[in-house]
Structure formats: structure tokens, C-alpha cells
Design a protein around this ligand. Structure first.
Ligand code: XMP
Length: 327
């Protein structure tokens, strides 16, 4: 039987009960597969790797070694949440690497979007590889592969996979406990494992992170404006309940300036673009109508709280023709 093919008879995991029996089965399967050996996992904090981590912690506890690489392009508070949930709450064996300087130095002056993606992807592999070489006695590599990854592995999403891992690192085998699940099922399993709802229900976040939203050559000050404005948007959308209605939303800080005036002085400042989309397949998207007062509140907060910004715009463009991300 092809272990990468979902059996026609497999029921969709839609309830906590079904999730619990899936978890029980996988815990037994993982224990049988790895015995008393060690397993390594790149834990990005995304839904898939987080659910795999929680499942493996349940199955093998400290035999799992999680490595969280902060590439400096995470959203505000994201790495902190990974540490809080996995190290403090779940008592995981977690290695945290702050590689911010390394990534931002490599990206300095690089404006071409695909080049930026390539640098981020390659650097990620390099950091992970270096870290795994330092560790002794790791036999297995765990991955948050899910069923759509297998179905789409003919190239469609290839450039999207920043966590594509080193091929020359030799492991005895792969541990991929959610590889036959669809995203919604992974979320149900995550909730049954007790992961925080905001981690399990979080919106898609590109592997290259904020790097594709700080368009052109990334600078630390513009990245800071991006991270802070994005945090304000997320906070206000959550307060208004829009985080449950809108599929993906974020801010973008393009590499342009426009004139602003402060204390009687004319200065060049960046614009912040708000991007929000609804979709079922990420191929066709519409732009939700947002209550004017909410947009006004977000605008006022960004203009008063985020340094270097003098303008806030709402991106009205559907996909196609515009992609969801700005680059
Ligand atoms: P676009 O911009 O192509 O985005 O309309 C479609 C979806 O894919 C996400 N996206 C990425 N995800 N690495 C990823 O892991 C990437 O390089 C990447 N680029 C776009 C995007 O956030 C949206 O959900």
C-alpha cells in the first residue's frame, strides 16, 4: 500500500472524538517507529509544525528536539509564543535560535523578490543544518507535511516551501504523522491536543514571512514599521471579530515614500498598505468591505503609534489580477 495515499475509507476528522482516536493511533505508531531514539523537528510556529510538535511531545516527550529558527521576519510576538507554548507550557526540548542578524545581513540591498525568497530559504536550511550537526544521536527527522503538500508536490508550491530541508543530512527516517490530513483536520487535531486556538486557527503566513511584505530591499526601520502596523491591524481586527471572518489580512510597507508634514516640517514617510482577502483556494480572492470606523481607527493608531509612516491605504484589488502578497 502506498503510505502517501489517503485511503478512500479514511473518515474526515471533524470532531474532537475522531481527533482523539487519530492522536492515539499516531502516538502508538510514532513510538513503534522511533523506539527510544531521538527525533528532530524544525518548529516554525505555523499550524502544521506546531501540531506535529504537540503530537510528538505526547508520544515521545524529551526524545523530540525542536529547533525554532527566528529569521527576523516573524510577526510581532510569534517567536515568543513558540517559546511560551512549547518550552514553558509543554516542557518541550526546544532550541531557540535568533538568526535575525544573519538573515538581515544576507538580505541587505537585495530588492528582487525571488532572490529574497531564495536567500531566506537557503539561509534557513543552512542555519538548521548547522544546528542539527551540533546535536548528537538524532536518528529521525519529523516534518509537518500535510496531504495537500503531497498532492501539490509536482512543483506548484515548490517555491513556497521555505522549510525545505537539507538533503545531505542523513537520517534513519522521516516522521510525518499528519501527512494524510487536510488543513482543517490538522486544526481539529491541534485543538484536541490542547494547543492555543490562536496558534491552531492562525491565518496562512508565508515562509519568507514579513520579508515579502517589506517590498524591495529590506531595512530594519521599515521592517519595524511593518511589524508594528501589522500587530495593530491584527489587534483591531480581532477586537472587531474580523479575524474569524477574513481569510488573510496583513500590512505591507512598500519601498516608497510620500510627503508628510509633522510639526510644520515636510518629510518623506512610508505608506502602510492594509491587505485583506477572502478566498477558498487562494487562487481567486475578493476584498472584504470593512466598516469605515474600523479602518479609521486602525489608520489613526498606525499614524500615531508607528514611526516613519504618514499614510494608510486599503488595497482594493482582487486576485487576479493582483496576487495576495505584494511580491
Ligand atoms: P499569492 O501572493 O501568490 O499568495 O497570491 C497565495 C498564498 O500563498 C502565500 N504565499 C507564500 N507562502 N512562501 C509561502 O510559504 C511564499 O513564498 C509565499 N508567497 C505567497 C500567501 O501568503 C497566500 O496565502
Amino acid at each position: 500500500m502506498d503510505s502517501n495515499k489517503r485511503p478512500d475509507t479514511m473518515a474526515r476528522i471533524t470532531t474532537q472524538e475522531l481527533a482523539n482516536s487519530f492522536i492515539e493511533e499516531q502516538v502508538a505508531a510514532v513510538r513503534a517507529q522511533v523506539g527510544d531514539k531521538k527525533v528532530l523537528l524544525a518548529l516554525s510556529g505555523g499550524v502544521d509544525s506546531s501540531v506535529v510538535a504537540a503530537l510528538l511531545i505526547k508520544a515521545i516527550g524529551k526524545q523530540l528536539v525542536c529547533v525554532h529558527v527566528n529569521h527576523g521576519l516573524m510577526r510581532k510576538g510569534e517567536s515568543e509564543q513558540v517559546i511560551e507554548v512549547f518550552r514553558n507550557q509543554l516542557d518541550a526540548n526546544l532550541i531557540y535560535i535568533d538568526a535575525t542578524d544573519r538573515f538581515l545581513d544576507k538580505l541587505a540591498g537585495v530588492a528582487e523578490p525571488e532572490k529574497k525568497r531564495k536567500i531566506i530559504g537557503e539561509e534557513f536550511v543552512r542555519v538548521f543544518e548547522e544546528e542539527s550537526n551540533k546535536l548528537e544521536g538524532i536518528s529521525f527527522l519529523a516534518q509537518g507535511t500535510i496531504y495537500p503538500d503531497i498532492l501539490e508536490s509536482d512543483g506548484v508550491k515548490a517555491h513556497h516551501n521555505v522549510g525545505g530541508l537539507p538533503e545531505d543530512v542523513k537520517f534513519e527516517g522521516l516522521v510525518e504523522p499528519v501527512k494524510l490530513l487536510f488543513k482543517d483536520e490538522v486544526r481539529v487535531v491541534g485543538k484536541a491536543l490542547g494547543l492555543p486556538v490562536e496558534m491552531v486557527d492562525r491565518q496562512p503566513f508565508p515562509g519568507p514571512g514579513l520579508g515579502v511584505r517589506c517590498t524591495g530591499a529590506i531595512t530594519r526601520d521599515r521592517l519595524h514599521a511593518l511589524r508594528e502596523s501589522d500587530a495593530i491591524l491584527r489587534e483591531e481586527f480581532a477586537k472587531a471579530g474580523l479575524d474569524k471572518e477574513i481569510w488573510q489580512f496583513f500590512t505591507v510597507v512598500p519601498d516608497i515614500t510620500s510627503t508628510g508634514v509633522k510639526d510644520g516640517k515636510r518629510l518623506d514617510y512610508w505608506p502602510v498598505i492594509i491587505r485583506a482577502v477572502n478566498t477558498v483556494d487562494a487562487m481567486h480572492c475578493s476584498v472584504p468591505r470593512i466598516d469605515w470606523e474600523i479602518l479609521e481607527k486602525i489608520t489613526n493608531r498606525i499614524l500615531s503609534e508607528v514611526a516613519g509612516v504618514c499614510r494608510v491605504c486599503y488595497d482594493m484589488s482582487p486576485k487576479p489580477i493582483a496576487t495576495i502578497e505584494w511580491e
